[in-house]
Design a protein around this ligand. Structure first.
Ligand code: NZQ
Ligand code: ZN
Length: 388
């Protein structure tokens, strides 16, 4: 039975190869002082920076640059961004980049005018925002996280060996996001594939839970099929506009809260993946890929019917003559073949994980009970061992 819920999503999207032409109209809603936040320089090499600066200047905006947002943005960078935003009293944060840049922009947006340590308030104590929030807009350049249309903001504290996400509310989600699939053509293959697996796993995290008949699961299956189909084309030809657009659109819908409505969700792969990230600073999507197969094989007996359905609905496995357990296993085998085809990392060792780290990583893994099996810390260690 569909559980009770409310649904709203305030982010306005502009999608397509002319999406940036809508930025001037959006800028009219905000004051003149714009903080331009971006990553390590890819936007300067591929021309996106020049295009955005032109729009900002033509609109008469005063631009305060905040470059250097690293993948897996750190708490130190957050403190620096807060200082820039506060000292210049900015009216809008325009994030141009991937999930890291947009997540970071949201963190600055709620932290710049916060009187306490934002790491402690939002990430350790998970408190709500009770201070001024600076609006955020985004120009997306890398596909995967869904950050362009959600309230998620993941920050890493290397000193404390913790990587934690806070899901903020409607008032922190980007006010608008510009989605031009062509902007993703220059993303390096490793990052593109990591992003593709991130999309797929966001859907899995919301699909592998519950035993009821739920519309969200049918939507999830359709999205998974589209991701698999488009990914096979995009890895062969990164400049295939149709495939890159479908991936971009799937990524947004995979994690803008819609397919979680009315049901429990799992998120344990992400919890283990984030703990690996805290220890190794590895690429997010690859941390998920490395632990997924050991994890899903571990929980499969507790959610057999759903895994058998996954085989048939997503991978077109002919399950008629199979037992439920055989069908379930065949679905994961098909997923493994696809993961090998697109080239994700299947062994955590390749990400720098060592035997000595396993206890620490398991300790840094938050344990949830929304999926088919609530894990113990010992089970996390077992799964990690298998993932090596
Ligand atoms: O920093 P630059 O130079 O821009 O390079 C980036 C970075 O090296 C590069 N890149 C991005 N767009 C490009 C490009 N290179 C060439 N051409 C382009 N058009 O790609 C690299 C990866 O970018 P990044 O933003 O780090 O990747 P992603 O979008 O995967 O974001 C990862 C972060 O998002 C968090 C992750 O934990 C991680 O910290 N997540 C956020 C979520 C959310 N908001 O809901 C959910 C996710 O599960 C995830 O946890
Ligand atoms: Zn993710």
């Amino acid at each position: 039975m569909l559980g009770n819920f409310s649904y709203s999503n305030p982010t306005k999207l502009y999608f397509g190869d002319d999406a940036l032409s809508f930025l001037p109209k959006e800028l009219e809603h905000y004051g003149d002082r714009v903080m331009l936040t971006y990553g390590g320089g890819s936007i300067k090499r591929n021309g996106i920076y020049d295009a955005v600066i032109r729009v900002l200047k033509d609109a008469g905006k005063e631009v305060f640059e905040d470059p250097g947002v690293m993948s897996n943005p750190t708490v130190q960078k957050l403190y620096e961004g807060c200082r820039i935003a506060r000292e210049n009293n900015v009216d809008l944060i325009l994030a141009v980049g991937g999930g890291s840049t947009i997540d970071y922009a949201k963190a600055v947006s709620v932290s710049a005018w916060c009187n306490e340590d934002p790491w402690e308030k939002y990430y350790l104590r998970m408190e709500d925002v009770d201070n001024r929030i600076i609006p955020v807009g985004s120009v997306l350049t890398m596909v995967g996280t869904g950050s362009e249309m959600n309230g998620g903001s993941v920050i890493t504290n290397h000193e404390q060996k913790l990587k934690i996400g806070h899901v903020f509310g409607d008032n922190v989600m980007p006010k608008f996001s510009i989605l031009n699939p062509k902007y993703t053509f220059t993303v390096p293959k490793y990052q593109m594939v990591a992003g593709i697996y991130d999309i797929f796993n966001h859907i899995c995290e919301q699909y592998f839970s519950g035993t009821d008949d739920n519309t969200s699961d049918y939507l999830a299956e359709a999205l998974m099929k589209s991701v698999v189909h488009a990914s096979r084309i995009a890895v062969k030809n990164p400049e295939d506009y149709e495939a890159r657009s479908n991936l971009m659109w799937c990524a947004t819908w995979a994690l803008n809260t819609l397919i979680a409505k009315g049901k429990a969700t799992d998120w344990e792969v992400h919890m283990i993946g984030q703990a690996i990230g805290a220890y190794t600073d590895a690429t997010h999507g690859m941390t998920l890929a490395a632990v997924s197969l050991p994890y899903y094989r571990h929980i499969m007996p507790y959610g057999l019917a759903k895994f058998a359905r996954f085989a048939k609905a997503v991978w077109d496995v002919r399950t008629e003559s199979m037992t439920e357990a055989e069908a379930a296993a065949a679905g994961l085998a098909a997923m493994e073949d696809w993961m090998k085809d697109i080239g994700v990392v299947l062994h955590a060792k390749e990400l720098g994980v060592t035997e000595e780290m396993l206890d620490g990583i398991a300790g840094a893994t938050f344990l949830f009970d929304g999926g088919y099996k609530a894990l113990t810390r010992e089970e996390v260690v077992e799964i990690l061992k298998e993932s090596l």
